[in-house]
Design a protein. Structure first.
Length: 373
């Protein structure tokens, strides 16, 4: 078994309570501050525990599951609540997820003014087997990855993303409803708001890439890959993605103006950060189409571990790290590479294997029949 040195994290999950979430009618769980290994058969509910923890920090399922699907069959509402130890004291987060209707979020027993207030308090990074899609699928998941990481690093980034999403939603609603009859002055207003917020979203993504790239390349090699992994960002609405924010606003305004006729005919906004293509390049080749399955899997893991290292460095506090079924996806050499990178923070990892086959030191938990012991 590989022993890894862990220091006490500045932010830890101290307790978790579930009610009618996924397969759990009720659950109370108090993990260790270091490494926690959740072991159980397939379908026992290991991943659901990580999903619940992730929801408290990300305010969404890290598996991309719709909120209503998280409610246990036959129940009206699912409840996820947890406490996080911080230097300033304990932070509690509670989320009620109804089978239909709007969710309710409480931060320290009060409704937060903004959802990003929760993101400021709780930082979580998760890896799951489906993260392979980050590398081999379309650009949407990679855009979400960059935006999620930006929101964890800089509170304003989450606000900018919300503002951009609202402007895009309103512009698209106008186009869908009125098409060629859409009022030009109203479109001008949404073009301006979309351009200003979109430029800020672009700047945040660019900053994430610049800060992440050194960690990404090093992490890829330490995890067991051979070569260099980096980003290549394509934005068709600007000729210079490295331009200052003001120039990006001008570029997006111009692109929206040039494509307005097309947009009113197609009834959708065709230019902006929501259409950008952040790509991954491995040794000068497109990792999505030219890398092997093993290289893609290593790249996906490098993205998550690299994010963990970047958040740790930027905030001086390791985020809670969730590793779902990582041992079945990687060979022993790559697993050891991962473990050597985890030099601090709380970790929760799942495995279907017996204790002796999991090459990591930490507290063992058995997951079965809706309980953790």
């Amino acid at each position: 078994m590989l022993l890894v040195r862990y220091v006490k994290a500045n932010v830890n999950l101290t307790w978790l309570e579930l009610s009618d979430f996924r397969c759990y009618e009720t659950l109370a769980f108090a993990p260790d501050t270091g490494v926690n290994v959740l072991i159980g058969d397939n379908g026992a509910g290991k991943t659901s525990v990580l999903e619940a923890i992730g929801y408290l920090g990300l305010l969404r399922s890290f598996r991309g599951t719709p909120d209503d699907a998280l409610v246990r069959d036959g129940a009206a509402v699912a409840i996820v609540r947890g406490g996080f130890a911080r230097r300033s004291g304990e932070t509690t987060v509670e989320v009620e997820l109804p089978a239909s209707g709007r969710r309710r979020i409480l931060l320290n027993a009060k409704r937060p003014t903004r959802n990003r207030d929760v993101l400021n308090e709780v930082r979580i990074v998760g890896f799951q087997p489906d993260d392979l899609d980050l590398v081999k699928r379309g650009p949407g998941l990679r855009r979400d990855y960059l935006d999620d990481l930006a929101a964890q690093l800089w509170p304003q980034a989450a606000a900018d993303q919300t503002e951009f999403a609202k402007a895009l939603r309103q512009r698209n609603a106008l186009l869908r409803q009125d098409g060629r009859s859409a009022d030009a002055m109203t479109l001008d207003v949404w073009d301006e708001r979309l351009s200003e917020s979109g430029a800020r979203v672009m700047v945040a993504r660019r900053r994430v890439i610049a800060d992440l790239d050194p960690h990404l390349g090093e992490t890829y090699r330490l995890v067991g890959g051979s070569g260099n992994l980096s980003w290549l960002y394509a934005a068709r609405w600007t000729t210079d993605s490295a331009a200052p924010e003001g120039a990006l606003v001008t570029d997006l305004m111009r692109a929206l103006g040039e494509r307005r006729q097309r947009d009113v005919e197609m009834r959708v906004t065709s230019a902006g950060p929501h259409r950008d293509d952040p790509g991954l390049v491995l040794n000068g080749r497109d990792a999505r189409t030219r890398a092997s399955q093993g290289e893609q899997r290593t790249a996906a893991l490098a993205l998550r571990i690299g994010a963990h290292r970047l958040v740790t460095k930027s905030t001086s506090s390791p985020p809670v790290l969730l590793l779902d079924d990582v041992f079945s996806e990687l060979d022993v050499y790559r697993v050891r590479g991962v473990l050597e990178l985890l030099d601090g923070g709380q970790v929760l990892v799942t495995s279907a294997r017996d204790d002796g086959d999991v090459p990591i030191a930490g507290r063992r938990w058995r997951v079965e029949q809706g309980a953790i012991t």
